[in-house]
Design a binder for this molecule. Structure first.
Ligand code: ADP
Length: 468
């Protein structure tokens, strides 16, 4: 399936990655920029204050004349375009200054002087010199009782530095955006490459067979986990598809024989020219086959519905001991007919909350099998008793037994072991029995040795709220 680049996770993640990277570095640059401005201003202010201290000391030593000379010398040393000094009386009248041709647009601010007179604290201000469009930092401070120093410093060097910084910042941001987009794209593509493999495998599966599997990297990361889960899911699906296929093959096979027989009887009655007794025999055979067919279909329906949780079981408090006893009574004559020695040890008064009809069906299937697969002079014993963990129903026979490889398969629908193909049967009895017992939160286990016999054990747990 083709999908648009804008819709891909790789594109969206790259966009996020680039956005976050750009915002973070932009924030870092802005922070750095303001830190630089702050530091420069602190340095400039310190220099201005140091100069004022120098003036105070000179006035203290040499009087105002000393300060006059100092103003000229200091300005020359720093550069007359870089710095100026003006000495004023508190009235604002200038009595000395450095060479002011570059600074003539910087006047004495009456407001600042008033503030200074009132507060007696030094004052800083930043002004813009109109002719040069340069900023200057101006400082007013008392340097003697009747002398105020107004000094200023040009801010063109910091301004140049900051403008160079801005250019570097813009270029660096451009590079960062390109770098983060490219590296983000490559990283995300690499990280998601496993997802692509899984998608390709899934596409192969829908198109071809169920055998393809994703290669597990063994890295134990999220994608490896996904691959393992995906493969496990495929194993399960393959298993289910296989069992559905087998089951439908079995259904087709098992339904074919009775239908063929029914057709045979119908055909015979069409061409047969016999008496009424022959026709009624053929009709009863047809009914018998149809009943078998209906029974098979009904059993299949019960199993499917119970497995899907759709079959309504009617749980009621009933006497399990009684139910088993009456089932044994029904089957005992059959065992006798086959000269099978039948014994039963049934604990009295075992009460259960169960769908007794269903449970009887399950038990009867096991007992019927025991009789069916045990030959003349064999033995069958039924035992029912309470144990610590629950109720146990045991059906033991000395029949043909079951091969080890068949032990689990015999519970599958329609499965019949090779050794039992000569006896009549549908292969649905055990499957139904296990489904019923599982609906009662119990299970059926089997132990068997071929040629020696089998033991089927139904366990109904006490912990099942439906069983007392
Ligand atoms: P059916 O008996 O109709 O074939 P079941 O589902 O009842 O179907 O049993 C499935 C298979 O399990 C039987 O075909 C038989 O091979 C095996 N089996 C069941 N019970 C016994 C038993 N008591 N002794 C030997 N084999 C058994």
């Amino acid at each position: 399936m083709r999908y648009k680049l804008f819709n891909t996770i790789a594109f969206k993640l790259t966009l996020w990655f680039t956005g976050i990277f750009t915002i973070c570095s932009g924030f870092a640059f802005v922070l750095f920029y303001f830190l630089v401005i702050q530091t420069i201003q602190v340095q400039v202010d310190q220099e201005l204050m140091d100069n004022a201290s120098k003036f105070s000391a000179v006035i203290h030593r040499n009087g105002l004349n000393g300060a006059r000379e100092l103003a000229v010398v200091e300005a020359q040393v720093a550069g007359e375009k870089v710095m100026f000094f003006r000495l004023l009386y508190p009235t604002g009248e200038v009595f000395a200054s450095s060479h002011m041709s570059y600074w003539k647009q910087v006047h004495v601010s009456k407001n600042v002087l008033q503030e200074l007179l009132l507060e007696k604290k030094p004052i800083f201000e930043t002004i813009l010199i109109p002719s040069t469009r340069q900023k200057a930092r101006i400082f007013y401070s008392y340097v003697a009782a009747n002398a105020i120093l107004q000094t200023g410093i040009a801010m063109d060097f910091p301004a140049k530095f900051l403008s160079a910084f801005k250019k570097v910042f813009i270029a660096a941001m451009g590079l960062i955006i390109v770098f983060s987009a490219v590296s983000g794209w490559l990283l995300v593509r690499k990280a998601l490459s496993g997802v692509k493999t899984i998608t390709l495998t899934a596409q192969n599966i829908t198109g071809k067979s169920l055998e393809a599997r994703v290669t597990e990297t063994g890295n134990k990361d999220e994608l490896d986990h996904l691959a393992i889960t995906f493969n496990a899911m495929l194993d399960r699906i393959e298993e289910l598809v296989k069992s559905i296929r087998e089951m439908s093959d079995n259904i087709a096979h098992d339904l074919k024989s009775p239908i063929a027989r029914i057709r045979g009887f119908a055909e015979l009655s069409l061409i047969h020219e016999g008496n009424i007794a022959d026709f009624s025999a053929m009709a009863s055979n047809t009914i018998e086959e149809s009943d078998r067919l209906l029974d098979m279909i009904n059993t299949m329906l019960v199993i499917s519905k119970a497995e899907a949780g759709e079959e309504e079981f009617e749980f009621k408090q009933t006497d399990l001991s009684m139910m088993i006893k009456s089932a044994c009574e029904l089957f005992e004559p059959l065992a006798e007919d086959k000269h099978i020695f039948f014994t039963q040890t049934i604990e009295d008064g075992i009460s259960v909350v169960a769908d007794i009809k269903m449970l009887q069906r399950a038990f009867s299937n096991l007992l019927d099998n025991a009789i069916k697969y045990t030959s003349k002079n064999g033995r069958i014993s039924v035992a029912v008793f309470k144990e610590d963990h629950g109720i146990t129903i045991k059906i033991e026979d000395t029949g043909i037994g079951i091969a080890a490889e068949d032990l689990e398969k015999i519970f599958q629908r329609f499965y019949r072991a090779e050794s039992s193909r000569t006896s009549a049967g549908t292969g649905l009895g055990l499957s139904l029995a296990r489904t019923i017992v599982r609906q009662h939160k119990g299970d059926i286990q089997v132990n068997s040795s071929p040629g020696k016999g089998s033991v089927f054990v139904i366990a109904l747990p006490y912990c099942n709220p439906a069983v007392i």
